[in-house]
Design a protein around this ligand. Structure first.
Ligand code: SF4
Length: 283
């Protein structure tokens, strides 16, 4: 089997930072640590911290008053910060700075009177947090199909768009093109929404996948950037498999002479990636 290991792959700076912040808390704080949502979207990372006593919650109702709480790499809305402060919860912010940057942009555009079309997956933690920055000034769109049913805005309404950090570059570009047709006054934003780590990992798959029979993406099913890597491979006509670990490797699709590209999403640990590589090499 010919195996190509994609570079760059795996942990990005924001994921590293969030995991290091939680590591510090687990090592140095005596009290139990709570985390609002998964610290990063990876089952291995979450299970490891759970074994060490960390409690992951989906609601502040599950956090006692005055407890120690981390906000995950995906960020939270101002409403969650305010509620935590009111209940004297000791909050530590592990939000990726690139997510913070998008939050700031939403606030700035809203303050300047813009309508912001936010392109992102409905219900994703990052999207919920970002829309919470200016709920009255933002409109969410999750797919091309939804554009026709978006509200009409007067031609005098200043408009721009921003995106979730982990979208498919090509899919987002198609949505932006369609938005421009629907709203001719749409202005390009001041910052790129899709982050450097997402773009780099997608670029590598787009370039290398066509020389392979299939692509394996190491990452969890709820990891947006991992799913987008598989999408990119399929877009260029190469079947892709998203695997959380060796137990998911697609043995039925692998042949002794297969050419396989293997990569990892931005929240997938290198140790899990290397275990998958070892299994494939041992075939
Ligand atoms: S994928 Fe991008 S935005 Fe998300 S944590 Fe990593 S660097 Fe930050």
């Amino acid at each position: 089997m010919k195996l190509t290991l994609a570079e760059p792959r795996g942990f990005c700076s924001g994921v590293n930072r969030a995991i290091n912040i939680l590591e510090d808390v687990v090592r140095n704080e005596k009290e139990r640590a709570y985390v609002y949502h998964e610290i990063v979207h990876n089952a291995w990372v979450v299970r490891d911290f759970q074994r060490r006593g960390v409690v992951f919650v989906e609601s502040l109702d599950d956090v006692p008053d005055g407890a120690l709480l981390l906000f995950s790499a995906h960020g939270v809305s101002p409403q969650i910060r305010a509620e935590a402060a009111a209940r004297k919860i000791r909050a530590i912010d592990a939000t990726c700075p690139l997510v913070h940057r998008i939050h700031q942009q939403v606030r700035d555009y809203a303050d300047a009177g813009y309508r912001v079309i936010f392109i992102g997956k409905r219900g994703h933690d990052e999207v919920v947090g970002t829309l919470g920055e200016a709920p009255d000034a933002t409109t969410l769109v999750s797919s091309l199909d939804e554009i026709a049913s978006l509200p009409d805005f007067p031609p005098t309404q200043r408009m721009t768009y921003l995106t979730q950090t982990t979208l498919s570059v090509s899919q987002a570009a198609k949505i932006v093109d369609a938005l421009r047709e629907r709203y001719p006054q749409l202005e390009d934003p001041n910052v790129e929404g899709i982050c450097y780590a997402t773009q780099q990992r997608q670029d590598v798959v787009r370039r290398l996948a066509p020389q392979h029979d299939l692509t394996i993406v190491v990452g969890s099913v709820n990891s947006s950037n991992s799913k987008r890597l598989a999408d990119v491979s399929r877009e260029v006509g190469v079947p892709a498999y998203l695997v959380d670990g060796v137990e998911d490797l697609p043995w039925e699709a692998l042949k002794p002479d297969s050419a396989v590209l293997i990569t990892a999403g931005a929240s997938a640990p290198e140790s899990v990636f290397q275990t998958c590589v070892q299994f494939l090499r041992d075939v």
